[in-house]
Design a protein around this ligand. Structure first.
Ligand code: FAS
Ligand code: PHB
Length: 390
């Protein structure tokens, strides 16, 4: 098999890249080791930045998102029993849209297959070779187990944090930086109506809680927990009791319902400051991880491949490698702003048992400042809605 761009991974980064390349007439093949059903049913992110909505619509992929996604003018911040609306639209002129990542993937997969784009699911034994030559290749077994070779001009690793592409950059050439947080997120999906008109971020003495949504009758709710907690320790009753405490607000009711999905994820920040090596590029979670508090993971992954697609366009159309050569530097500028923002939102909203009484008052003053200063609110809002994609 031969193509111009070999893409490993059919998550947001890999699928958006395939559509961006298709739009500019560059051939690509996407290799995904999970099944179509699995990737379309993996519950992850929920918030899309304004420019990503525009991109989906520009590519003709936004019809269902515009129909089923929930555009929000802002978020609600809750602390000390008070709720404060941060009006992003008033502060920035932009909105966010709550539309689940797995729904985005369904739309991207269906469109890619309809275009006849080679999108191979359930592959195995993916290995990257010869990236230091001008004939890089990917070896793998296809869904039937037959060995295959994909010859490419370039390989793009969109295979997430645990995929093989980052490891294909020699350790000596990789500069990796990370931070771990002492918190985990217990996330649930519940069959219940919406209890509030927008996202609620609650900083409560008992811990952080986040009220999000997936549809009018499916709610996505998160609780700060110990990252080493087991789901066995979190019965449905305990989960609802904890959520009622952390979201408690006079005259308001959190609607409960059947919990049909539970998970616990740890929080971390990670950046591989080397995002290219020879003819190999890495993008998205393969290169960086943010704690989900700022709702940046998916959006940052897509921003990487927007930048990369521009460099590949220059390479094929103008014979210029300048934008490919500056890919890492270009992406890191946005990545580190989003890493800081995600760290900020995480430390702002999570209950840190290790902080002193004085630090707790500083923390509460920080929350109060965001809710009482237009300048502070705008600083949060402009990144939450999404920095310009340039
Ligand atoms: P992804 O990890 O999404 O996609 C990588 C793809 O590569 C996967 O489909 C994988 O199966 C495939 N792959 C891996 N190894 C392979 C191999 N060897 N061969 C072929 N394919 C391979 N972000 C938010 O903004 N908000 C959230 O609430 C949020 N919650 C999250 C919860 C969890 C449990 C996780 C893990 C992440 C969460 N994220 C969240 C972040 C998430 O949305 C990512 O930022 C986003 O999926 C990144 O997209 P990709 O870079 O495409 O990587
Ligand atoms: C989600 O809906 O999954 C979501 C929303 C906002 C966040 C994180 C996750 O900050």
């Amino acid at each position: 098999m031969r193509t111009q761009i070999g893409i490993i991974g059919a998550g947001p980064a890999g699928l958006f890249l395939s559509h961006l390349l298709h739009r500019i007439g560059i051939d690509c093949v996407v290799l995904e080791n999970r099944s179509r059903h699995d990737i379309e049913n993996t519950i992850r992110a929920g918030v899309l930045e304004h420019w990503l909505i525009d991109l989906m619509n520009e590519m003709g992929l936004g019809e269902r998102m515009m129909r089923e996604g929930r555009p929000d003018t802002g978020i609600t911040m809750q602390f000390l029993g008070q709720r404060h609306h941060l009006d992003f639209e008033e502060l920035t002129g932009k909105k966010i849209t709550v539309y689940a990542q797995h729904e985005v993937l369904k739309d991207l997969v269906a469109a890619r297959l309809a275009q006849g784009g080679p999108l191979l699911f359930s592959v195995s034994n993916v290995a990257i070779a010869d990236v230091e030559t001008d004939k890089p290749r990917i070896t793998f077994n296809d869904a039937e187990g037959a060995p295959q070779v994909l010859d490419c001009d370039f390989i793009v690793g969109c295979d997430g944090f645990h995929g093989p592409s980052r490891q294909a950059i020699p350790q000596s050439a990789r500069q990796e930086l990370d931070m771990h947080y002492p918190w985990g997120w217990l996330g649930i999906l519940a069959e219940a109506p919406r209890s509030w008109h927008e996202l609620v971020y609650s900083n409560h003495e008992r811990g952080f809680a986040l009220l999000s949504t997936r549809s009018p009758m499916t709610q996505r709710i998160y609780l700060q927990c110990d990252p080493h907690d087991s789901l066995d320790a979190w019965s449905d009753d305990r989960i609802w009791a904890e959520m009622q405490e952390r979201f408690a607000f006079p005259g308001w009711e959190l609607f409960e319902g059947k919990i049909f999905q539970k998970s616990i994820v740890g929080l971390r920040s990670f950046v591989c400051q080397t995002m290219q090596h020879g003819r190999l590029f890495i993008a998205g979670d393969a290169a960086h991880i943010v704690p989900p508090t700022g709702a940046k993971g998916l959006n940052l992954s897509v921003a990487d491949v927007v930048m990369l697609s521009r460099g590949l366009d220059d390479w094929y159309k103008k014979g210029s490698k300048d934008r490919l050569d500056s890919y890492t530097e270009t992406c890191l500028t946005r990545i580190w702003k989003y890493e800081r923002f995600s760290w900020y939102m995480t430390t702002l909203f999570h209950r840190n048992d290790a902080e002193t009484a004085f630090e707790r008052r500083i923390h509460l003053a920080d929350l109060d400042y965001v809710c009482s200063s237009k300048a502070a609110a705008t600083a949060l809002a402009e990144i939450y809605v999404g920095l310009p994609i340039g």
